[in-house]
Design a protein around this ligand. Structure first.
Ligand code: NAP
Length: 477
């Protein structure tokens, strides 16, 4: 990918007012491309284009919407190798994982291609004689989509696809660190035949472009994924400006390993959930809560297996763990390792690594002997770092698991059906995994959290309708 990549407004690429290089975190000498950065004026142009397109798109037939989404899904799938390489270069996921994320984006478009053909709606008699009541779903309007860098194609896909399926027009504001996949995705939607203005792209700074979307009276709703701090501020401003809002934010996800767990399963689930994707997943297992009887054996096995993980360039086929996304995140990771050490944890791994190319490589870290109140167990780190907390028994493990402000994903490893049922019921999280990593979800079912992790209705699957459409109740006499 070379040359400047421009923003898309009203079906056209618009001139850049500013441009920034997109640097590969595996190799700082590799520039993935130059990407336009919009200003607030261009964000307002995109909003106006979406508004102008809305009357037409909101009245498009289910078949038109289905065809567009289906074509986009086909194109994404056909180009999975090229897009996977782009994703690996700009975000740092190992190529196989990056390609998997691209395939997921294609599957999401295929799923939502079916949604316009499955319209919800009910017709029922009124409590009054001679009156019918009809409940229907209508498009919301113009939706601003603000996305993070860690799933640079899947998250834009799981917001754009339902937005269009339910008849809305949208403006995508991707993370400033990863504009490449967003640009490629919006270009595919244009190629697939999106009418002008139905999908617009404004790459640029959150504080400029994101802010313009949140403040504009011509935007009806905001779907945001990112940090708690940004999400809460956006939600508050959406309330003030009367917008519908959905925020998926951070996590401090517990994986509970009980005495009767199968050790092979527990270690592999912890390894995957905590360290894969460089721990840069909102659903990553960052707290490993292990009961007394299995604690030492589990830590010993996990430590040994963690230290064999191969960290390296995302395009190297031997790499299991790619680089951290940028210098700032790497520094944050190293700071938290130091904080954990100062708080009394034994630190295993966690050194910055050299590689043949200059990049942000970090050896995964296990913090052993931690207490629930430590900062490393309360604040989201967002790196390949997991802490281990020893628990006396099931009751204590459950209490520790729930004692944080977040509630995105939670897991338990056990061979007992009764224990699995109890944890499934009592873990305070939007998603619960039994003998599976806390990260790794399906696309046809709801995704989202509780407590401080989420605001508003769930994303993905059929539940996406709750945010991307508005219910109307009509009475006919
Ligand atoms: P972030 O810093 O909150 O940024 C997310 C998006 O918000 C970016 O596009 C950012 O733009 C934009 N933004 C920043 N300030 C803004 C403002 N004032 N107004 C409007 N938009 C603004 O999060 P991140 O570092 O990209 O992503 C990591 C976080 O995302 C972690 O906390 C992770 O847990 C969370 N996450 C959650 C989920 C989930 O579904 N629950 C999924 C993935 C990630 P810039 O790029 O210009 O800063």
């Amino acid at each position: 990918m070379t040359g400047i990549h421009f923003n898309w407004v009203g079906g056209c690429e618009i001139p850049a007012v500013d441009v920034a290089p997109n640097i590969n975190p595996s190799d700082l000498a590799d520039c993935v491309g130059e990407f336009a950065r919009a200003d607030a004026g261009q964000a307002h142009e995109a909003i106006a284009a979406a508004r102008a397109a809305f009357p037409g798109w909101s009245r498009s037939t289910p078949q038109q919407r289905a065809d567009l989404l289906d074509r986009a899904g086909t194109l994404i799938h056909e180009r999975r190798a090229q897009l996977g390489e782009l994703l690996a270069r700009e975000e740092g996921k190992p190529l196989n994982e990056a390609t998997g994320e691209v395939i997921r984006a294609a599957q999401i478009f295929k799923f939502f291609a079916g949604e316009p053909l499955r319209p919800g709606g009910e017709l029922m008699p009124s409590v009054r004689p001679g009156v019918d009541v009809e409940i229907s779903h209508e498009p919301v309007g113009v939706i601003g989509l603000i996305t993070p860098w860690n799933f640079p194609i899947a998250i834009p896909a799981w917001k754009i696809a339902p937005a269009l399926a339910f008849g809305n027009c949208c403006i995508l504001k991707p993370a400033d660190l990863t504009p490449g996949c967003a640009h490629a995705l919006v270009a595919i939607l244009q190629e697939a035949g999106a009418p002008a203005g139905v999908v617009n792209l404004v790459m640029g700074r959150g504080s400029v472009v994101g802010d313009a979307l949140v403040e504009s009276p011509d935007v009806d709703a905001i779907s945001f994924t990112g940090s708690v701090q940004t999400g809460r501020a956006i939600a508050a401003r959406c309330m003030q400006t009367g917008k519908r809002v959905q925020c998926e934010m951070g996590g401090k996800n517990p994986l509970v390993v009980l005495d009767d767990a199968d050790l092979d399963t527990a270690v592999s689930v912890a390894l995957n959930g905590a360290f894969f994707s460089t721990g840069q997943r909102c659903t990553a297992s960052s707290r490993l809560i292990v009961t007394e009887g299995v604690h030492d054996a589990f830590v010993d096995r996990l430590r040994r297996e963690m230290l064999t993980l191969r960290v390296g360039h995302a395009l190297d086929p031997d790499t299991q763990i790619g680089p951290v996304v940028d210098e700032r995140q790497l520094q944050q990771d190293l700071d938290y390792i130091a904080i954990g050490h100062a708080e009394g944890a034994e630190v295993i791994g966690g050194s910055r690594l050299d590689a043949p190319t200059a990049g942000f490589f970090l050896q995964p870290a296990l913090l052993v002997g931690t207490a629930p109140g430590m900062r490393v167990n309360r604040e989201e780190i967002f790196g390949p770092i997991a802490s281990v907390i020893r628990a006396a028994d099931d009751d204590e493990a459950l209490a520790i698991a729930n004692d944080v402000e977040f509630g995105l994903s939670a897991g338990v490893c056990t061979t007992s059906l009764a224990r699995a049922r109890r944890f499934k019921r009592d873990l305070e999280a939007g998603m619960v995994m039994v003998n599976l990593p806390t990260a790794g979800v399906d696309y046809h079912v709801p995704f989202g959290g509780r407590k401080g992790s989420s605001i508003g209705p769930r994303e993905q699957g059929g539940y996406a309708r709750q945010f991307y459409s508005i219910v109307k109740t009509s009475y006919v006499g």
